[in-house]
Design a protein around this ligand. Structure first.
Ligand SMILES: [Zn+2]
Ligand SMILES: [Zn+2]
Length: 221
């Protein structure tokens, strides 16, 4: 028996089944169609996929997928509850391709301490590490989450104001890293990313670019 036949296949980056993938292939044939649909999922306003959305409200953010597509939500749930290295690496590498600015470091929006304890990891931090790895940059923790606030029924501006109470800036980390790429998993109203990036600029960051794996469309419920 040849050595080659003993080697197990690589896991598909969506269904996680071990299959024989050719070099450079990431998905099994069944999942390839699902991924094509995910990338092509249209914006309800301009009709374009996430990569080409022309809506002015979305231009400030680099993001991969529309959260509205069920496959995007599968990825988010796994990142939160059952992350796998190879999947996080795939998502981080894809997101890094969109982040073409000049940054000194990658940072992230931390989850609240109680949730971190329950899950044992911070999904935004995991994603930030994968993005940083792909870009050849360090990861620095610049924000500390003080606690969780139920935001569901609040407007974007109310949420943005609350950011000041929820997050503290770790000034030491900012000293050597002035241009930051701030990573989160999902952006809904954009209030958390906008609020935290403003907070970082107030504490001395020169520039803060925002990136998220998914963005919800305006009328998503
Ligand atoms: Zn698959
Ligand atoms: Zn659009």
């Amino acid at each position: 028996m040849s050595e080659l036949r003993m080697v197990p296949g690589k896991p598909c980056r969506l269904c996680r089944k071990r299959v024989w993938l050719e070099e450079g292939q990431t998905f099994c044939p069944h999942c390839t169609g699902k991924i094509e649909k995910l990338y092509a999922y249209p914006c309800r306003k301009c009709g374009n996929p996430a990569s080409d959305c022309e809506c002015s409200g979305n231009k400030w953010l680099k993001f991969l997928f529309w959260y509205d597509c069920p496959t995007a939500r599968t990825y988010i749930n796994r990142l939160k509850n059952d992350p796998r290295d190879y999947e996080v690496e795939f998502l981080g590498t894809e997101l890094a391709k969109k982040c073409t600015g000049r940054y000194d470091a990658v940072t992230f929006v931390p989850r609240d301490p109680a949730a971190r304890k329950v899950h044992g990891s911070d999904h935004a931090e995991l994603l930030a590490h994968a993005v940083a790895e792909a870009l050849g940059l360090p990861v620095v923790a610049t924000l500390e989450c003080r606690g969780v606030i139920i935001q569901k029924f609040l407007s974007a501006s109310q949420r943005e104001k609350l950011v000041r109470g929820r997050f503290a800036v770790l000034d030491e980390a900012l000293r050597d890293h002035r241009r930051l790429l701030l990573v989160d998993d999902v952006s809904t109203t954009g209030a958390t990313l906008r609020g935290t990036s403003r907070l970082l600029r107030e504490h001395g960051a020169e520039a803060v670019a925002c990136a998220a794996m998914c963005k919800t469309q305006e009328n998503y419920r």
